[in-house]
Design a protein around this ligand. Structure first.
Ligand SMILES: NC(=[NH2+])NCCC[C@H](N)C(=O)O
Length: 411
């Protein structure tokens, strides 16, 4: 499969996900905040909800499409001893406070499966008494990287709770054959800089949005931008967003439903002025230009009119309630074909007002499961799916997906 993503909405062909496993059952009430969960979640139901969501993806994707579980990729890559040693070395380096060197010998002896258990659950069979926190956020594969055109930007997590995931992604890109085509030019950042995939939105292979959130630092933004501008992107729009938990990434308040149609959380997007800066190359340096709003910046850069649809509709309380449960975090399966949590009813009703056909996950599978789904020009479908457990991890459909291949809109 060719790794290529040149929009947020092109027909989905390949996506990396993680169906939640035992690691989510290891989050206790004491740990949940440190582990960036808003509640403890029930593993069995979360798993069912996730697998049901994947059924919708598979129905919408072409027959040759691929929904790839990240643990399968990691199991494959960890068969390679060099990959295991690389990962262990990074782990020891990035977590000095965990004194991992004490168990280094033991870690080196782990087989691929055991190493994965250690990575996800923090549990080391033979060294009783030694453990790390689990990695429940692996569920949000979006934040591990961003494929932009035929390039990959590897995230560097802002929070320690997610740093292990960044190292896993780096190991995959470095050693897994799937990433061979993007390995050499992969964009990496280091040290105290941070950038997470939830802040990176691909408008086209020439235009990318990066959120300046609580997770993407200024130097992370600049390093990421430099890498993107050196690899064919012409403009990065840096979008300043509130630095707070409820909107930890740009995609929690802004996502694409179609080429020129977005779902937005009004207070943080529509009601902000002068919150966007365009970054572009001028010779060897990066120049900036202030933009008066995200909408006008997108319109100026693309030459198209944009329609911003309000998450939660007109009512203020509903806007806040539904942003909190990821109403603004939809994931596009094809142009105009999106999925989002069923509970955000006001957002779905607003989409209907904007011409979307509303279907629940079962209706969609019933309609297209047998014959397959072929996107049609001008088609608009909003598919709702159940995620009452999943949403307690504070992430929606876009957060749970890392697309690596989408059909180009110009083909
Ligand atoms: N792309 C996203 N919005 N990801 C959501 C991540 C949620 C996760 N619990 C965190 O706080 O990191």
């Amino acid at each position: 499969m060719d790794i290529n993503v040149s929009s947020e909405i092109g027909h989905l062909q390949g996506v990396i996900v993680h169906t939640p496993g035992h690691e989510v059952s290891l989050v206790n009430p004491e740990l949940k905040d440190e582990l960036l969960f808003d509640d403890i979640i029930f593993e069995e139901d979360a798993r069912i909800e996730h697998l049901d969501m994947l059924e919708v993806f598979k129905t919408a994707m072409p027959a040759a499409g691929n929904v790839i579980e990240i643990l399968d990729l990691l199991t494959e890559v960890f068969k390679n001893e060099d990959a295991r040693l690389f990962f262990i070395e990074q782990l020891i380096k990035e977590f000095p406070e965990e004194n991992l060197h004490v168990v280094e010998k033991e870690l080196r002896k782990l087989d691929p499966k055991e190493l994965l258990v250690f990575v996800t659950q923090g549990y080391l069979e033979r060294s009783k008494g030694f453990s790390l926190n689990p990695s429940p956020n692996l569920l949000f594969t979006r934040d591990l990287a961003a494929v932009v055109g035929d390039n990959i930007l590897i995230s560097r997590a802002a929070k320690k709770a997610r740093m292990r995931e960044s190292l896993l992604m780096e190991t995959l890109v470095e050693f897994h054959p799937l990433f061979e085509s993007v390995r050499e030019d992969a964009i990496k950042i280091s040290g105290h800089q941070s950038i997470e995939g939830g802040d990176v939105l691909v408008v086209s292979d020439k235009l990318v949005l990066i959120g300046m959130s609580e997770r993407t630092s200024f130097s992370g933004l600049m390093k990421g931008t430099e890498g993107l501008l050196n690899s064919g992107v012409e403009t990065v729009l840096a979008v300043d967003i509130p630095k707070q938990r409820s909107s930890m990434h740009l995609d929690t308040i802004f996502t694409f439903a179609d080429e020129s149609e977005c779902i937005v959380f009004p207070p943080a997007i529509l009601e902000q002025k002068n919150n966007v800066v365009a970054l572009f190359k001028d010779g060897d340096s990066i120049k900036t230009e202030m933009k008066s709003s995200l909408q006008s910046a997108l319109e100026e850069e693309t030459g198209r009119d944009f329609n911003f649809i309000k998450c939660g509709g007109e009512d203020r309380t509903n806007q806040f309630r539904e942003q909190w449960t990821d109403g603004a975090n939809v994931f596009a399966l094809a142009p105009g074909v999106i999925v989002g949590y069923e509970r955000n009813t006001n957002t779905f009703n607003t989409l209907v007002d904007h011409g979307y056909d509303l279907m629940n996950q079962f209706e969609f599978i019933e309609e297209y499961g047998k014959e397959g789904f072929t996107p049609k020009e001008g088609q608009k479908i909003a598919i709702s799916f159940q995620g009452h457990e999943l949403c307690r991890g504070r992430g929606g459909a876009r957060c749970m997906t890392l697309p690596i291949s989408r059909k180009s809109l110009t083909q």
